[in-house]
Design a protein around this ligand. Structure first.
Ligand code: PDD
Length: 286
């Protein structure tokens, strides 16, 4: 695949960074994953805004403005289209604080950020019909990550360990519960549930990533007059929910059929899910 590294496009295998890059030594950076379908990005301006917010939060000056980022995303999408041979290309963008001569926790103010991007073949979006979609079986675990989960940091060890907890139990993902017994998100997705016929998702705060798919789902449903409540949700409510879904750039909205040993609803993709994915699909490029 074709990559972008510090202002140049090159084959991914030829991209090289220094081991003294703070992204490598400290996970000191911000990243984004932007889905594209048939050359069109989903939620591009929202992804670029979230990246700008993350960079500002950790005091890395944004190396590009929105139109320069848009150019990089569209060039990577075009250049990878033939090589990857799929209409579903993910664009990974990564800005680390850059290279310093010595490893030192404190950072200087005059380092040049390292900018990296590449295109990869994404999973095909979920099938839209209840009979055809493959649902997920997930684990549930105490959220042991840090208190700044709203920042899309490249320091992902906490998420990696939680995701792997699920994988080692033969599950597709891991949903996380905080010390108050409330759901935060999953290791790489946001969580929605249908509880007493209402669509519920945890409110944004430092405990979860403000997912772009989450926001597109909420906005498109509200435009169609469907009520979505952003409120705290307990573990018990989740386990007893009529439906549970995970959202992310690659999964869009995917139904969850079981959580550990607990079957969700009837153990098959739900009617509310089918209706909401249809609405999301009508709005996602708007
Ligand atoms: N994961 N929560 C976490 C912890 C995530 O890492 C992600 C995305 C999401 C969903 O966000 P969005 O809808 O903006 O993709 C929620 C990306 C895709 C990843 O790390 O590969």
């Amino acid at each position: 695949s074709i990559a972008f590294l510090n202002n140049a496009y090159l084959p991914l295998q030829e991209a090289r960074i220094s081991p003294m890059d703070r992204g490598f030594l400290f996970g000191d950076g911000i990243y984004e994953v932007i889905p594209t379908h048939h050359g069109k990005p989903v939620g591009l301006s929202a992804h670029l805004k979230r990246m700008a917010n993350g960079l500002a939060a950790i005091e890395i000056s944004n190396p590009f403005d929105a139109s320069q980022w848009q150019d990089i995303v569209s060039t990577l999408t075009e250049q990878n289209a033939t090589a990857l041979a799929t209409p579903y290309i993910g664009i990974y963008l990564h800005v680390s604080r850059g290279v310093e001569p010595q490893r030192h926790h404190a950072y200087g103010q005059d380092i040049t950020p390292t900018v990296f991007g590449y295109g990869f073949a994404m999973a095909t979006p979920p099938k839209t019909k209840r009979e055809e979609v493959t649902g997920l079986h997930v684990a549930l675990s105490e959220d042991l990550r840090w208190q700044r989960c709203h920042i899309k940091s490249t320091s992902l060890l906490g998420n990696v360990m939680h995701y792997q907890q699920g994988v080692s139990k033969g599950k597709n993902e891991t949903i996380l519960v905080n010390q108050q017994g409330e759901i935060t998100e999953a290791a790489s997705c946001n969580v929605f549930a249908v509880i007493n016929d209402q669509i519920v998702t945890p409110p944004l705060d430092h405990q979860l990533l403000p997912g772009i798919t989450r926001q597109l789902v909420i906005d498109s449903l509200r435009k169609e007059g469907v009520i979505v409540r952003e409120r705290r949700m307990t573990k018990q409510e989740l386990l007893n929910a009529q439906e549970v879904w995970l959202t992310s750039s690659s999964k869009e909205i995917t139904p969850v059929l079981s959580i550990d040993e607990q079957v969700i609803g009837e153990g098959s993709p739900g009617k509310v899910w089918e209706k909401c994915l249809d609405i999301y699909n009508r709005y996602k490029f708007v």
